[in-house]
Design a protein around this ligand. Structure first.
Ligand code: IMP
Length: 174
């Protein structure tokens, strides 16, 4: 990774502006409701921290840990729920926060998993939507940025557990 070539794709300033726009939109949509925000670990933790602090409405938070990637940059196609949420979501308004939608497999699985617990509503907010590699039909309700393809790191997104800490988003070069 250290030797790997990468190029900045979204700077921290651009990210900050977009996160605030998303937060404004979500705050408006959930005005007067009791929102529970569920972050998917590990990748969503930085985006979620910024997003919820920019909301103008209160929310509660929970986390789930899902894994579909082994070491490297190719999805195994199999989703494993490593840690489930702790809260009861029956009758509640739920917003899932994810770092990136790629094949769509992780979110399709998790949405289905949560729907079985009968929330009042269930939506998804993804920081990035990588549209070119979908294997299952999946559309997030709120999207920060759309990219076609490529492997991105930074702002919570990792390559083999590296680069999550970077404040900007980079695209990796061959
Ligand atoms: P999906 O199930 O293929 O949609 O994969 C979703 C998960 O794959 C995300 O939560 C990320 O952890 C990981 N992922 C997909 N693309 C990238 C990328 O470009 N950079 C870092 N992680 C990625």
């Amino acid at each position: 990774m250290d030797q790997m070539q990468k190029e900045i794709l979204f700077s921290r300033e651009v990210i900050d502006k977009r996160v605030k726009e998303l937060a404004a939109c979500i705050s408006q949509d959930y005005e007067g409701r009791e929102l529970i925000v569920i972050g998917i670990l590990k990748g969503a933790f930085i985006f979620m921290a910024d997003l919820i602090r920019a909301l103008s409405i209160p929310c509660q938070v929970d986390f789930a840990r899902l894994a579909s990637y082994g070491a490297g940059s190719v999805s195994s196609g199999k989703v494993i729920l490593m840690n489930d949420i702790e809260m009861s979501i029956r009758g509640k308004d739920i917003l899932i926060i994810e770092d990136i939608v790629d094949t769509g497999i992780t979110l399709s699985y998790f949405v289905q998993w949560l729907k079985e617990r009968n929330p009042r509503s269930l939506k998804v907010c993804a920081f990035l939507d990588k549209r070119g590699r979908r294997k299952v039909t999946f559309e997030a309700d709120y999207v920060g940025f759309t990219i076609e393809d490529g492997f991105v790191v930074g702002y919570g997104l990792d390559f083999d557990e590296k680069a999550r800490f970077l404040p900007d988003v980079y695209i990796m070069k061959e």
